[in-house]
Design a protein around this ligand. Structure first.
Ligand code: SF4
Ligand code: SF4
Length: 81
């Protein structure tokens, strides 16, 4: 499933450059993930790279956008091929 940035985000900007899908941008008050572009980094990395760099651990699975590994791989393929 796509990931979600919660309101604990401190707007440090660390995660933006780490996203291989350009899925992260500044929202109205804190950063947000475009669920249509987030693949949990499938196709690029073994682990979600935004989660690795976030200093306050405020990125978690988005319960509103549940997807299987196969669906995430399809999303990756549609964006990159
Ligand atoms: S999990 Fe990967 S693709 Fe999804 S927002 Fe984080 S860095 Fe981007
Ligand atoms: S790394 Fe974490 S705290 Fe920093 S902008 Fe991204 S989500 Fe927010």
């Amino acid at each position: 499933m796509a990931l979600l940035i919660t309101e604990e985000c401190i707007n440090c900007d660390m995660c933006v450059a780490e996203c291989p899908n350009d899925a992260i941008s500044l929202g109205e008050t804190y950063y947000q993930i475009n669920h249509a572009r987030c693949t949990e980094c499938i196709g690029h990395y073994d682990e979600p790279s935004c989660v690795q760099v976030c200093p306050v651990d405020c990125i978690s699975p988005d319960p509103a956008h549940r997807e299987s590994q196969a669906q995430l791989a399809d999303k990756y393929a549609q964006m990159h091929y």
